[in-house]
Write a protein that binds this ligand. Structure first.
Ligand code: PFF
Length: 455
């Protein structure tokens, strides 16, 4: 194995921040609130938390140990750990999922750049809630503007990817993540003190189980995988850059906790504000883009300078959070092409970036110009989101748990969890039990129940 030749994350903090940087992104601040809004609020959140604990954390530990033990990106890991078997398709499906997610995720990441631009040029000032809805619709329906931002965003991701692992990924995560965290706390404070915010808080805290159905379960499971960057080998690829002393279990818990706190806090920013200004919680992908500018306008109506500073800062940090996630998806595909097809990193990255721009254009146009072209009632953007987050990632998770729980030599699992006997590893027995029985049964049940494979 090529242990010494591979790049490594430089420090313990770097490991956690880079993984958390992948996990924390638009999934927490953009997707979590709108999925929560679409699925009725508190009950969805409870099921989501259940998915994080029962499926997310064990599968994250699996991905970590697969990556660190194989010392390969996910596209090659299974050929090392299970040579000559079909398990390699788990890795390949992950690479494909990463490519597809990156294509539509970058569209939304591009929107954040437009909102930075609007914040900097002070265009939010004096607008009403309805004005924000109109301006979002006219922007996302414009055939050109979103495309320009999409391309710019992918080029920024490309630039960091070619600079390499430690310099690019680790450094950017170290500064921006804590800054985002602090700003989010301030915004929660602003949002919950808006007039009429109580209804939003109630929406988040008072579960109404009468609305829970198979779709809610599938949505919560998909969101858990999406938000934790799981099921497509992203964290497994990052773990191939971990040092041999990295505590995999602890890292997984830290990433899971940070990611969940950010998502819940995003909920506490969006819903109190949405209810306060009368925006429907099920507004879908536009939710944060029409709600947040209102928070800045209303919470700081007496101090326009603060409204200006906070809105610029927020969109900059949101773009950065998106960037640390797009870097991680890009890395999965680039590392695969680089390691398995012996392309140079630069060439591999160029292929990925161009492919994503191509697919991203279709996703972006489907929010406006080509809206009426649908498949199963979904436009291209929503179709990409559904197929990846609700099918490919949970399916990847299912296969990863079966791989670690049933196939992989338990000596490998144990030695990775305990760092070769140096750590206690008391979690081992529970981990194996969950991976062997609970996770496969739960994921299959949710799939069968909602997608109706048996109907
Ligand atoms: N977890 C990221 C987010 O919440 O924004 C999105 C993501 C990144 C999904 C990397 C999948 C992935 F492999």
């Amino acid at each position: 194995m090529t242990k010494n030749k591979r790049a490594n994350f430089g420090s313990k903090l770097g490991v956690i921040l880079a993984s958390a940087g992948s996990a924390v992104g638009l999934g927490n601040i953009w997707r979590f609130p709108y999925e929560t809004g679409n699925h009725g609020g508190a009950a969805f959140i409870l099921i989501y938390l259940g998915c994080i604990i029962l499926l997310g954390l064990p599968i994250m530990i699996s991905e970590f140990l697969i990556g660190r033990h194989s010392q390969k990106s996910t596209g090659g890991a299974y050929s090392v750990l299970a040579p000559g078997t079909q398990w390699k398709w788990v890795g390949r499906m992950g690479v494909l999922a990463g490519f597809l997610i990156l294509s539509y995720y970058s569209v939304v990441a591009g929107w954040t750049l437009e909102y930075i631009f609007e914040a900097v040029t002070n265009s939010f000032s004096g607008k009403s809630a309805n004005d924000f809805i109109d301006s979002f619709n006219s922007f996302s329906g414009n055939p050109w503007k979103p495309l320009i931002w999409l391309v710019l965003f992918l080029l920024a991701t490309h630039f960091i990817i070619v600079k390499g692992v430690e310099k690019g990924i680790e450094k950017s995560s170290k500064i921006m993540m804590p800054a985002l965290f602090i700003l989010i706390i301030i915004l929660v404070g602003c949002s919950v003190s808006l007039p009429g915010a109580e209804k939003g808080i109630e929406f988040l805290l008072k579960p109404d189980f009468s609305k829970v159905n198979g779709e809610v379960f599938l949505g919560a499971m998909g969101q858990a995988f999406f938000s934790l960057s799981l099921g497509m080998g992203c964290l497994s690829t990052y773990a191939s850059y971990f040092g041999k002393n990295t505590n995999l279990t602890k890292t997984a818990f830290s990433v899971g906790i940070i990611d969940t706190i950010v998502a819940i806090m995003a909920g506490f920013i969006i819903f109190p504000a949405a209810f306060s200004v009368g925006i429907q919680p099920d507004a879908g992908p536009s939710l944060i883009f029409i709600t947040l500018p209102n928070v800045f306008q209303q919470a700081f109506s007496g101090a326009p300078v603060l409204a200006y500073i906070f809105s610029v800062m927020f969109y900059v940090l949101l773009a950065v959070a998106a960037l640390t996630s797009t870097i991680s998806m890009h890395e999965v595909v680039t590392a695969y092409l680089h390691e398995e097809f012996k392309l140079t990193r630069g060439r591999a990255a160029t292929l990925v970036t161009s492919g994503c721009i191509f697919l991203g254009i279709f996703c972006s146009l489907s929010m406006g110009a080509t809206k009426e072209y649908t498949l199963f009632g979904l436009n291209t953007f929503d179709l990409f989101d559904f197929v990846t987050a609700k099918i490919m990632l949970p399916l990847g998770g299912l296969l990863i748990s079966i791989f670690t729980g049933w196939y992989l030599d338990k000596k490998i699992v144990k030695s990775e969890i305990t760092n070769n006997g140096q750590l206690k590893g008391s979690i081992y027995v529970y981990l194996i039990f969950i991976l062997k029985y609970i996770a496969p049964v739960a994921i299959s049940f949710i799939f069968i129940n909602e997608l109706g494979f048996l109907k």
